[in-house]
Design a binder for this molecule. Structure first.
Ligand code: 3UK
Length: 534
């Protein structure tokens, strides 16, 4: 049944006993044995007469579905005929979010390859880790990002075929694909053939590759978008997460195409440029992270755009950020927690059901449960470990950490949550970000949320630091707005301010002012770097 000639992915799946339980088989989640998600998401629209509909916009580019299909087909032919790709080979993709990156993603998946998309900012050392881990054989890379890939490729035993796109030269992908036919014989992959290996954004340790099947991609499209986002055919999706991050891959490519809508891809945008792009492309659905919503909410132009739905994920959304965005735009944010391991969002609430401070309820198709320290369901209201299962789930590529993420069929996301009587899930912290000070459990986000109410604070990060007396004390790293100066007096003011709004034992006993906070390339605060500076 598998179409993979190169069986690397199947050979390195975690043993079945270490995989999560999958909730599959009913309604939208019953998949045929042969399934190629690229054909479902792209060819199908053209076959059904929607080829002339708008599909992808970018600066200077306006592609219909037929245009994207033609590009993907020509690149797929180039991969197979010029570059010797066989089904199951891993293809590294490296580019900012742009139309050629999207076309290459579809080309790889149509040809039965496995797309290994990487963040544009990765350096050769990090690229080399990925090349080795996924035994990457081919690469398609934006010409402007050639340098770091070339030095990683020079040290790789497996990567032999590299081509560059957005490159005008005679060896560039554009010239090579022009010689190829515009038709391509799609590879009839099995629903459980791997089509992407997504690397985690890495707040700690060695990167982990997560394997997702063709059916996982379709399942992600059938769950959160259909039940919570509920986009329309005429929606124009836009946002900041890279296509190499499954938040961006779903939000800016898979989900718009799954409903015949379109995406506007922006390569790199400051908050002001993003709002300009929203207006220029007529965007209606925005995907970005909480910190970005805070920055955007300050901009004068944000009140009058055509946006109708705004999605926040990647980090906890505080009630305060939600209120700032509503005040600035009139739009209630759609919060959702997703994970690279789960492919996309599994707990969320739409505009009408949002509760400030809560992430939402479990997305149809998934189950979620709060587990106590013995792995048993915890009572309502008690803080414990978040465990989820659904059609998608964690399969690490050859990694012993599989046994930490998956236990008894449940995926443990590493988050501390509680669930209330109405089934709403309340984020507390990462399980390793719980601060224990003088016997009290203190969630770093509680303190961050309290601090963010203060008018002088732009951003902050709270961690526990070792203390002889108390085991740990709460320490806040604070970035101030504009040219406010960090003084001892202001620090004391902030401490009193926190004591006014939350239990006084949670106040930050130490405060350090910083110009910026350490973040991953997907915008997540790296609390471990605040705990132990390199
Ligand atoms: C945290 C959240 C509270 C949480 C992601 C949407 O973030 C994504 O994937 P990652 O693998 O990180 C997963 C972890 O990030 N997190 C994400 N969203 C929220 N915490 N509220 C949220 N709304 O710790 C989770 O375990 O980088 C998000 C879709 C796809 C994704 N990959």
């Amino acid at each position: 049944m598998s179409a993979h000639v190169d069986t690397f992915a199947r050979d390195h799946l975690p043993p079945l006993g270490q995989q999560p339980e999958y909730l599959l088989g009913e309604g939208d989640l019953a998949f045929p044995q042969q399934l190629n998600c690229a054909v479902e998401l792209l060819d199908r629209h053209v076959a059904q007469g929607r080829g002339n509909r708008l599909c992808i916009q970018a600066s200077g580019v306006r592609w219909t579905y037929a245009d994207l299909l033609e590009h993907a087909n020509r690149i797929a032919n180039m991969l197979v005929r010029d570059m010797g790709l066989v089904p199951g080979n891993r293809v590294l993709l490296r580019a900012p979010n742009n139309p050629m990156m999207a076309a290459c993603w579809f080309a790889v998946v149509k040809a039965g390859g496995i797309a290994v998309a990487t963040m544009p900012m990765l350096r050769s050392k990090e690229l080399k880790q990925i090349l080795d881990k996924a035994q990457v054989t081919h690469a398609l890379c934006d010409g402007r990002l050639a340098g770091e890939l070339q030095s990683a490729a020079a040290q790789s035993q497996t990567l032999k075929q590299v081509r560059f796109f957005n490159d005008p030269g005679p060896d560039g992908v554009e010239a090579l694909m022009a010689k190829q036919p515009a038709q391509f014989d799609n590879v009839a992959t099995a629903a459980d053939d791997t089509c992407i290996i997504a690397f985690t954004s890495g707040t700690t340790g060695q990167p982990k590759g997560t394997m997702h099947f063709h059916r996982d991609v379709m399942a992600a499209c059938a769950c959160w978008p259909r039940h919570v986002l509920r986009p329309q055919e005429d929606d124009v999706f836009i946002g900041t997460p890279p296509l190499a991050f499954t938040f961006g891959l779903g939000g800016l490519l898979l989900f718009p195409l799954s409903v015949g809508a379109s995406a506007a891809l922006v390569e790199k945008a400051s908050p002001a440029e993003l709002i300009e792009a929203v207006k220029a492309f007529g965007a209606t659905v925005l995907f970005t992270a909480p910190t970005s919503y805070r920055a955007l909410a300050q901009l004068p132009g944000v009140a009058h755009t055509g946006l109708r739905k705004c999605v926040s994920a990647g980090e906890a959304l505080t009630a305060d950020t939600r209120a700032q965005w509503r005040d600035a735009t009139g739009i209630e944010l759609i919060d959702g927690i997703g994970a690279t391991e789960m492919l996309h969002i599994f707990i969320s609430a739409d505009e009408a059901h949002a509760r400030p401070g809560a992430t939402g309820t479990v997305v149809p198709g998934y189950q979620a449960c709060i587990m106590d320290e013995h792995g048993r369901p915890a009572p309502i209201g008690q803080v414990g470990r978040l465990a989820v299962k659904g059609p998608t789930g964690c399969r690490y590529l050859a990694d012993p950490r599989q046994a930490t993420y998956v236990k008894d069929g449940w995926n443990y996301t590493g988050d501390a949550y509680s669930m209330d009587a109405q089934g709403y899930f309340w984020y507390q912290s990462r399980t390793d970000d719980m601060i224990v000070s003088a016997g009290y459990n203190i969630a770093s986000t509680d303190v961050e949320e309290a601090l963010l109410q203060h008018p002088s604070i732009a951003e902050c990060g709270v961690v526990g630091v070792p203390d002889v007396q108390r085991g740990q004390i709460v320490k806040a790293f604070v970035v101030l707005k504009g040219d406010t100066h960090g003084t001892d007096e202001l620090a004391r003011e902030l401490q009193d301010f926190v004591k006014q709004s939350i239990a006084p034992y949670k106040y930050p006993r130490a405060i350090e002012f910083r110009r910026e906070l350490p973040r991953t390339q997907t915008g997540k605060l790296q609390r471990f770097r605040l705990r132990s500076p390199e």
